[in-house]
Design a protein around this ligand. Structure first.
Ligand code: TEU
Length: 537
């Protein structure tokens, strides 16, 4: 559609290219594999795809370490293959968001290779270099999310460089105007190629404190491990100085100006333990910075209870009323939510329906629509460097990155004809796309119905949302747009529950999602995981 605000309320399907579909028989997914499987994505009724990085990369962090922003890694194909993906997506009515990892590059990027040569080469200031303290230790106490100090000694330059993730992911210096300009050119390169927008990796890490001040320690009661496992010492600090500096907004503003010329939209990943929703409010919603913020609150370790869902949306209302979140339950970084929350299948269905009724945009992660659980990956098969570092307290991110299953009877579920880079989970095979396509009762069909339900009701896509109510296991709220008001209630539990029906005359909708309406006693009696969805008559 032609609306400038197509992204408001959009359902975005995340593709992890390594694990979607192999088309050239090397055990790794690729761009032509994506093109081939887009009909499945379109059949869900989603608005857009977000493709995790496919740029040239030595794959130390599986593509989140880029060595050429303007080329495709040969493992994934060619620029021509990417044009094929765009053309096919647009033919099917899907917008295409690509994943720009601008905060850091790969250690193999020619910019870094040059920067580390000397203290006075043309790109010497493109990364964050600092001298050791007199005793030889790193310049300050900043920590890497992936473990240890975020400073790596470089024997050539006799200086440390900053990396917020792996040592192989040196942090670009956004205080250097040439860096910003070059990255904006990169974004323009892809906009000219036809992309509709971006998922922006770790946008709050773009700018660091120039004075390199130490982060304060956090007392245990103030730790909120929302972006990293609690065993990771990273969560024991308040990251006041290594990220989320005010100058971030100056860069995002330039990016927005560029995107406006193309009617493009961006969802920025803001990993904040302490004040995530405030930052969401600062960065999104208006017309100055980015469009949407990828919110971590529903990626929680614990299953969101009715009270928790209300708390999250109250916080959005109080701290980020004008902001625009993008919700997700699963992605390529966390254990799949069915396993993380130990949900029965009807519980998973309830959360999907809830997501489709919430204010904000949302992301679904490949395989979620099949009800896939977290795969067990043996230590010998482990690929994720983050998992290798903290095993077994934290098993890393491979369990949600195993290949998609397309055909339950085919070798490797139809993903590849050779041994895949991560093994296909045998538990996933009976949930393959072809099995569920043939079964009207399958969870895949529930996803299609729930996504269609959202799109059939503009109030759910873009309407206001009033403050939620939580009563026992039931969360309820109203969405409204123009003269239409929709009442939504969800029983987030395997036990039955009841609340008073709202006053006035209502018509039950969403019966195909198991929705029910008021009983003669004026109550809404909800079975396990059951919703009540009604439109004001
Ligand atoms: O993730 C950023 C981030 O904060 C992650 O550390 C996340 O919290 C963690 O993986 C949860 O287990 C982004 C990408 O999504 C991730 O895949 C990359 O490894 C990371 O940036 C570095 O680019």
């Amino acid at each position: 559609d032609k609306h400038a605000d197509w992204w408001r309320g959009a359902v975005i399907y995340q593709i992890y290219p390594r694990s979607f579909q192999d088309s050239n028989g090397d055990g790794v997914g690729d761009l032509l594999g994506i093109a081939r499987r887009l009909e499945h994505v379109a059949s869900l009724g989603v608005d857009a795809i977000w493709i995790s990085p496919f740029f040239k990369s030595p794959m130390r962090d599986f593509g989140y370490d880029v060595s050429d922003y303007c080329d495709v890694d040969p493992m994934f194909g060619t620029l021509g293959d990417f044009d094929t993906v765009i053309a096919e997506a647009h033919r099917l009515g899907l917008k295409v968001l690509i994943d720009l990892v601008l905060s850091h590059t790969s250690i193999d990027h020619p910019w870094f290779v040059e920067s580390r040569q000397s203290k006075d080469n043309p790109r010497s200031n493109w990364y964050v270099w600092a001298d050791a303290k007199p005793d030889g230790t790193p310049p300050n106490n900043w920590l890497s999310i992936f473990g240890g100090s975020s400073w790596q000694w470089d024997p050539g330059r006799c200086q440390y460089y900053l990396h917020n993730f792996l040592a192989e992911q040196p942090d670009l210096n956004f205080h250097e105007p040439e860096v910003q300009k070059t990255l904006l050119d990169t974004a323009e390169f892809w906009l000219d190629r036809g992309v509709d927008g971006f998922r922006l990796d770790t946008i709050n890490f773009y700018v660091h404190d120039k004075e390199l001040r130490d982060n304060p320690a956090l007392p245990p009661e103030e730790r909120n491990p929302i972006t990293a496992p609690a065993v990771n010492p990273y969560t024991w600090q308040n990251h006041l100085y290594d990220k989320t500096q005010p100058e971030n907004l100056l860069f995002l503003k330039k990016l927005r100006t560029l995107m406006n010329r193309y009617n493009a939209a961006a969802v920025g990943e803001i990993g904040e333990d302490q004040r995530g929703l405030e930052v969401l409010g600062e960065y999104t919603g208006g017309s100055d910075y980015i469009h949407m913020s990828y919110a971590f609150e529903l990626l929680s370790d614990k299953m969101p209870t009715a009270a928790y869902v209300k708390k999250v949306f109250d916080m959005v209302e109080d701290k980020a009323a004008q902001g625009w979140p993008c919700w997700a339950f699963s992605n390529h970084d966390v254990p799949r939510h069915i396993s993380r929350w130990n949900l029965p299948e009807n519980g998973a269905r309830a959360f999907t329906t809830l997501m489709m009724c919430l204010k904000g945009s949302c992301c679904l992660y490949q395989g979620e629509e099949l009800g896939l659980n977290e795969a067990e990956v043996a230590f010998e098969d482990l690929q994720d460097p983050y998992g290798k570092r903290f095993w077994p307290a934290f098993k890393g991110r491979d369990g949600c990155r195993t290949p998609m299953v397309w055909d339950g009877d085919a070798y490797n579920g139809g993903f590849s004809e050779v041994r895949p880079w991560l093994p296909v989970s045998h538990q996933h095979l009976h949930r393959a796309v072809n099995e569920q396509d043939a079964d009207p009762g399958a969870i895949l069909q529930h996803y299609r119905r729930a996504i269609a339900f959202r799109h059939a009701h503009p109030a759910l896509m873009q309407g206001d949302q009033e403050r939620m109510q939580a009563s026992g296991t039931i969360v309820s709220f109203r969405r409204s747009l123009g003269g239409d008001t929709i009442f939504c209630a969800f029983n987030l539990s395997g036990e039955p529950g009841a609340i008073d029906a709202p006053e006035g005359r209502w018509t039950v909708i969403g019966q195909e999602l198991g929705s029910t309406g008021p009983a003669p006693d004026g109550r809404l009696h909800l079975g396990p995981w059951q919703p009540a969805l009604m439109v004001r008559a």
